[in-house]
Design a binder for this molecule. Structure first.
Ligand SMILES: CC(C)(COP(=O)(O)OP(=O)(O)OC[C@H]1O[C@@H](n2cnc3c(N)ncnc32)[C@H](O)[C@@H]1OP(=O)(O)O)[C@@H](O)C(=O)NCCC(=O)NCCS
Length: 164
């Protein structure tokens, strides 16, 4: 993935840096945020954030920066099994409900297709109305359901897969 910095009306999307570990560990380590994600461990230690920002795991991710502060992460990561790019994201709890993720994800998705991306996948837990709405606003269409292991929940969960 490219390391381009993207600017939207309110947000800057930039590659993650080692100094982001503190904000990531603080904002993601909340059940109402992490319960909807499949890959991060729970509870989420500072060392988990240090590992995430410094390695290959975050090569497709960008920090979402509002007024100079990291407020969440959005990324186009490769699906473990298929290798296809998948949109994933989370926002710290205090920043929900202001249209920020729609704005951030929209910019990243537009950049993906502008630079020869062909198809993009994502997926959400059917009970996650906020994420379903973000994806619908971006134009994703429902595809199929698949089972994935949720690390925070410690059990398999059903995901609604969507494609753009
Ligand atoms: C999903 C998440 C990123 C949404 O971020 P957000 O910036 O609050 O979303 P937006 O403000 O852009 O909202 C997008 C749409 O969803 C709606 N929405 C937001 N929160 C909602 C909720 N709790 N229930 C139902 N709809 C909701 C908004 O009204 C908006 O639709 P509208 O423009 O028609 O009003 C955020 O809630 C989050 O980080 N959740 C935990 C992690 C997560 O779920 N990640 C995605 C995993 S698939």
């Amino acid at each position: 993935m490219s390391r381009r910095v993207l600017q939207t009306k309110r947000l800057k999307l930039r590659p993650l840096e080692p100094r982001d570990a503190t904000d990531i560990a603080r904002l993601i380590n909340e059940w109402q945020v992490i319960r909807w994600l499949t890959s991060p461990p729970w509870p989420y230690a500072f060392s988990d954030a240090e590992w995430f920002v410094s390695g290959d795991a975050s090569e497709g991710s960008r920090a979402i920066v509002l007024d100079g502060r990291l407020v969440g992460v959005v990324g186009l990561d490769r699906h473990q099994r298929t290798g296809l790019r998948e949109l994933g994201y989370w926002l710290g709890r205090p920043f929900w409900g202001q249209g920020l993720m729609t704005e951030a994800a929209n910019a990243l998705v537009a950049d993906f297709f502008k630079h020869a991306g062909q198809e993009l996948w994502s997926g959400y837990f059917p009970a996650n109305a906020a994420s379903r709405n973000v994806l619908a606003k971006l134009g994703f269409q429902p595809s199929h359901r698949e089972t994935a292991q949720s690390r925070p929940l410690g059990r398999p969960v059903e995901l609604q897969k969507v494609i753009l």
